[in-house]
Design a protein around this ligand. Structure first.
Ligand code: GDD
Ligand code: GTP
Length: 427
């Protein structure tokens, strides 16, 4: 059998996803009508040999309760459980901590998925390569531009055999433009012993401790604090830095290179391209969930059954309208996510934007962002102190007054925009 783990992180992460992560944990944010991790589960459910999935993270238990209920109905063949780390243990630390639960029933293989990526998750293809090569590990890779590559794990492989020769996490300089997509398949006989030896190596390494001079009590206090931090950091075991590089040297480690779409979901704005990619995938698969195209619906568009869209409003492409949202007459919405209970009034325009829960866009108002280039894999909101994010985001319960124009802005929750604004973070 094969099992799957989805690494969901915790409340201290996803800071770049603000202001949206202030109101909902990033893994549960809706893109293309479903929480981000729902898309991971859809992919996992299509692997015939997988019946058990664990979400591993350090969010409070209550966070995933409702989602798990809905997901067990949506994916009846999967048993889905949340395993909570008492603190951040790192991408491999959590796996190791819950090894007994994971290894129950003696699964031979384990998929591990980062929850914050948007891709077609070609898991069956990875499994095929795994079997064909008698592999011990398979990593999903994709090609990105040279400049973007250093933000990711970089893979050097033998183009003929697909063997991973070398792995470096976020290198300083150019190593390769084949990068780690954050999706793995491991032999359970290899991954757990590998983590164990990484932990052992760390424990054996002589610890570098600086002793404060006896007369300086103030610095002694500071050093104590540092020691405590070290203790916590020492418990963090990362798949990328602590495990994968070694695997490239000593194990049957292969890369499956996807030509399909792949994006990271880090900044709040990256939810807009992720929404577009998942909607396009659903459209290609002939999904019944999408709105039927007509003169005023340019596919793909997702409209929640409880939303109210005036027939004269024009939507699409790449638009998701959340539960109970209302779209007034003559409104135009394209390349955007409109969240639960939001109201878009008549004759307004919303493009390349996210309209937060309960927010209101007034009549004749314009809420505009600029498109993210397809080749961009930028993961930061600010560059040289300037805001670079081009998607406009209205946090929860914001109001854009009638006829106001909001361009390339990030607006924190509960703000009222009464005047035109451009390229600002409104706090
Ligand atoms: N359970 C748990 N515990 N999950 C964690 C922890 C932890 O302590 N730390 C991170 N995660 C989860 C995150 O929620 C995310 O889904 C995933 O692990 C990876 O997050 P990061 O550690 O922030 O790494 P990254 O996103 O900067 O880079 C990773 O992903 C890239 C692809 O998106 C690396 O694997 C890169 O090599 C890779 O290119
Ligand atoms: P992940 O995004 O899950 O990896 O969490 P993280 O803890 O790694 O994010 P981090 O705090 O490292 O933030 C990443 C980048 O985004 C940094 O360059 C921050 O300066 C920037 N950033 C984070 N939060 C905000 C914010 O609220 N506003 C702005 N303007 N920049 C932010």
């Amino acid at each position: 059998a094969t099992k799957a783990v989805i690494l969901v992180g915790g409340a201290s992460r996803g800071t770049r996803f603000r202001p949206l992560s202030l109101d909902v944990p990033k893994p549960l944010f809706d893109v293309a009508g479903h929480p981000i991790i729902y898309h991971c589960l859809t992919a996992v459910s299509k692997v015939p040999s997988v019946h058990e999935v664990y979400l591993i993270g350090y969010y409070d238990e209550s966070v995933f309760r409702d989602f798990l209920k809905d997901a067990s109905t949506a994916f009846p063949k999967l048993s889905i459980k949340y395993l909570r780390e008492y603190q951040a243990l790192g991408t491999a630390g959590g796996l190791y901590h819950f090894r007994d639960a994971i290894l129950k029933g003696k699964p031979e293989r384990l998929f591990v998925l980062n929850s914050d990526v948007c891709c077609s998750f070609p898991l069956n293809e990875m499994l095929h390569l795994f079997n064909e090569k008698y592999a011990e590990a398979v990593i999903l890779g994709t090609r990105v531009g040279d400049e973007a590559a250093t933000n990711f794990g970089c893979i050097v492989s033998d183009s003929h055999t697909k063997r991973v020769l070398h792995y470096v996490e976020k290198p300083e300089g150019h190593v390769s433009n084949l990068i780690n997509c954050g999706v793995y398949l491991f032999s359970t006989d290899v991954i757990f012993p590998s983590i164990k030896s990484a932990i052992k190596r760390r424990a054996d390494r002589p610890r570098l401790v600086s002793y404060p001079s006896s007369e300086n009590l103030e610095s002694s206090y500071v050093y104590d604090q540092d020691d405590e931090d070290d203790e916590t950091k020492n418990q963090i075991i990362r798949l990328e830095q602590d495990i994968l590089s070694d695997m490239a040297d000593s194990k049957q480690f292969f890369v499956y290179e996807t030509k399909d779409f792949w994006r990271q979901i880090k900044t709040a704005g990256s939810a807009v391209p992720a929404n577009a990619l998942y909607l396009q995938q659903a459209w290609q698969n002939g999904s019944e969930e999408l709105a039927k195209p007509c003169a005023n619906i340019i596919p793909p568009v997702f409209i929640h059954p409880s939303a109210q869209v005036d027939p004269t409003a024009k939507l699409g492409p790449n638009v998701s309208i959340g539960p109970r949202a209302t779209i007034g007459r003559g409104a135009r919405v394209k390349e955007s996510i409109v969240l639960e209970d939001a109201e878009i009034k008549h004759d307004s325009l919303v493009t390349y934007s996210i309209v937060g829960w309960n927010s209101r866009v007034g009549a004749w108002a314009r809420v505009e962002g600029t498109p993210t280039p397809v080749t961009s894999h930028s993961t930061s909101i600010v560059k040289n102190g300037l805001k670079v994010q081009a998607i406009t985001i209205l946090g929860k319960e914001c109001g854009v007054h009638d006829e106001v124009r909001v361009q390339n802005c990030v607006c924190l929750p509960y703000k009222e925009l009464k005047r035109d604004v451009s390229s600002e973070v409104i706090m």
